[in-house]
Design a protein around this ligand. Sequence first.
Ligand SMILES: Nc1nc2c(ncn2[C@@H]2O[C@H](COP(=O)(O)OP(=O)(O)OP(=O)(O)O)[C@@H](O)[C@H]2O)c(=O)[nH]1
Ligand SMILES: [Mg+2]
Length: 193
Amino acid sequence: MKIISAEFERSCFGKSDWVADGRPEIAFLGRSNVGKSSLLNSLLGRKGLARTSNTPGRTQSINFFLVNGKFHFVDLPGYGYARVSKAMRADWGVMAREYLTEREELVLSVQLVDARHEPSELDKQLNEWLIFHDKPHIVVATKADKLSSNQLQKQLRSIGGNFGKSKVFPYSSKTGSGRSEIWAEIASGLEKN
Ligand SMILES: Nc1nc2c(ncn2[C@@H]2O[C@H](COP(=O)(O)OP(=O)(O)OP(=O)(O)O)[C@@H](O)[C@H]2O)c(=O)[nH]1
Ligand SMILES: [Mg+2]
């Protein structure tokens, strides 16, 4: 996909803030620090559009970006960061679940996992939730650049075993490898809309 324009639109903390222009949306979900904001920037070829950080828990709101004036990328806060307060963790659940269950514009969820690790319990729960609710989704195993190609193949088999009902794609936000495969999935999600 040719990116003509990509702009930050709005940070939201609840339903009343959501963008209301009816354009289709692609959402990025996953553990805190897994690389959601980096993937979004890398796909758009815009460094720094979504804020990234070494500090887990950087993205605390639901952030909307408008791409080519046609669709939104939605950066969700990360889950599973133990050092945020209980209240904040509860907020994640409420905000994200509300978005995922109610958002009619959502055409594709991109669930990120770290290519280096076994999926966590929360990763598995999220995946089961997406399947149970029939949400179109893909799994992206990111930070693939941190593994040798042998290690990556091994990890992809293991991640594929855990997420047997989902399509799994390796990605590196550092090198951009895997970019065209993921764009193809996004384009097909947008077309079906
Ligand atoms: N080597 C490498 N580093 C990555 C990759 N993706 C993300 N990172 C690094 O991982 C850290 C976290 O990335 P973010 O994109 O901020 O992660 P996030 O999922 O948005 O985190 P929260 O907003 O806290 O939920 C940053 O230091 C990134 O530079 C990747 O594909 N390869
Ligand atoms: Mg982020």
